[in-house]
Design a protein around this ligand. Structure first.
Ligand SMILES: *Cc1c(COP(=O)(O)O)cnc(C)c1O
Length: 223
């Protein structure tokens, strides 16, 4: 059997560097249930997955007090599988998807917490609203009718680059956008409070720019 004892040590080492109020999400995609159990034994309760099917299988096998985060590209036809239990969907990238989550939330009698994913990186391949599109969607106002979703904040991925200045600028831009959206649309809604930014290679920069939730995979699970 594989020795997974490094996993708990990695988690403890990362946690020791985090300021109060920053939530560590252990991104367990591609890693087996045994690896998640090792993290769980170290007290980790927030886990992120990027495929609905994998998430459902793991949710069924693992303890029920885990907070499951959906961080991948979400297909409308898969929402129903995660709707009953998902803790936070990080990857809302269209009004239509938000509407579908709302519909599935109604079916299971939940208000499903969601983040709006912002496309901030240079890469074309990444998903998300452009900042102006996100503002336009919020201005348009249909989202206010959705009673079974809760918009809790923003999510982003920085460019995959060694250029630290560029990453710095991207996270700063998302913080500015968060502040603008908070002021204009959620000033009296204290639940709008999450910035999900930062992965293994860039989470310290994200935290510097107000990230409240970091999504760390390889630094925890790759030996
Ligand atoms: C895989 C993934 C992560 C974790 O990336 P690491 O570099 O392994 O820490 C974070 N966020 C998203 C959206 C991912 O798909």
């Amino acid at each position: 059997m594989k020795d997974n004892s490094y996993i708990g040590k990695r988690i403890e080492a990362i946690r020791a560097t985090l300021p109060q109020g920053v939530t560590l999400i252990a991104v367990s995609k591609y890693h087996p249930v045994e690896a998640i159990e090792a993290a769980y034994a170290a007290g980790q309760r927030d886990f992120g997955e990027s495929k609905a099917q994998d998430l459902v299988v793991k949710q069924q096998q693992l303890p029920k007090d885990i907070n499951w985060h959906f961080i991948g590209h979400l297909q409308s036809n898969k929402i129903k599988y995660i709707a009953p239990f998902i803790h936070l969907i990080h990857s809302i990238d269209s009004l239509r998807l938000l509407q579908e989550v709302n519909k599935q939330g109604a079916k299971v009698g939940r208000r499903i917490p969601c983040l709006l994913q912002i496309h901030i990186a240079q890469e074309e391949t990444k998903f998300g609203f452009l900042p102006a599109e996100c503002i336009a969607m919020l201005e348009e106002g249909t989202w206010r009718e959705f009673e079974n979703v809760e918009i809790r904040g923003l999510m982003c991925m920085a460019s995959n680059t060694d250029n630290r200045e560029q990453i710095d600028e991207e996270f700063a831009a998302v913080k500015n956008l968060f502040d603008e959206i908070k002021g204009r649309f959620f000033a009296r809604d204290e639940r709008f409070s999450i910035i999900s930014a930062g992965m293994s290679d860039d989470y310290p920069i994200a935290i510097k720019h107000g990230s409240t939730h970091i999504r760390v995979g390889s630094s925890i699970f790759i030996e």
